[in-house]
Design a protein around this ligand. Structure first.
Ligand SMILES: Nc1ncnc2c1ncn2[C@@H]1O[C@H](COP(=O)(O)OP(=O)(O)OP(=O)(O)O)[C@@H](O)[C@H]1O
Length: 206
């Protein structure tokens, strides 16, 4: 569904964030982007999710080369992708359901509650986010990304700060997303993912 051909990223400062890398992501598979800190995992995730514009190389979605303009990229991203950032960006004063509904105007209260149900938080839908643990907040962040029913779910270090029990809960949720026909792409230096990934893409050290 997504094919990256020799994508690289060099910032204006001259900093090479990612050397040319190729990868494919398809439905029904959890792919682990691994590599040492600073190797470019987040950058590759950003390029694949069309948040970061590649300096060289090609991004292909469903067989079509993605143009470099923001309008096209924003459209594809909004319609097809769900993105879980490294740190949950939630509004602490709002409830989980309200946070999920903010993902898109079309998301109804029912949609939000269904998404929270997928991450085991349906009963917490109406309490404020600030009372939740880090693991629970990460699950709300995943629910927000899933609420738009994306074809591809991207997650950047979803378990690094979580204990084993919370990390296992996250792997279970990501596996459910795979089993429901999505592609799931996870950038992580958390070795605990090893038993949960279907495939590993190792990003070389810079
Ligand atoms: N906006 C930016 N401007 C300049 N350099 C950047 C920028 N974003 C990332 N970098 C640099 O590019 C390199 C790759 O960063 P990236 O975040 O992709 O690595 P990573 O493998 O995800 O690291 P970590 O595991 O520590 O999160 C790093 O050296 C980083 O400092």
């Amino acid at each position: 569904m997504i094919e990256l051909i020799d994508v690289s990223k060099t910032y204006g400062t001259g900093k090479v964030a990612l050397h040319p890398t190729s990868a494919r992501f398809g439905r029904g598979e959890l792919v682990w982007l691994s590599g040492p800190s600073g190797s470019g995992k987040s950058t590759l995730l950003g390029i694949a999710s069309l948040l970061v514009l590649e300096s060289t190389g090609t991004v292909i979605v469903d067989g079509q080369k993605v143009a470099r303009d923001d309008t096209t990229r924003n459209l594809v991203r909004e319609r097809r992708f769900g993105i879980v950032p490294q740190t949950p960006r939630l509004f602490a004063e709002l409830t989980p359901a309200q946070n999920v509904m903010l993902a898109a105007p079309s998301i109804t209260r029912e949609d939000a509650e269904r998404a929270l149900g997928r991450v085991g938080l349906r009963q917490r839908a109406a309490r404020s986010v600030k009372t939740m643990s880090g693991g629970e907040q990460q699950r709300v962040s995943i629910a927000r990304a899933l609420a738009k029913d994306p074809d591809v779910l991207f997650a950047d270090e979803p378990t690094s700060s979580l204990d084993d029990a919370n990390a296992s809960a996250i792997w279970g949720i990501l596996r459910d997303a795979v089993d429901s026909g999505r592609a799931v792409v996870v950038a992580s230096h958390d070795a605990r993912i090893a038993g949960h990934a279907d495939r590993r893409v190792a990003i070389g050290a810079v």
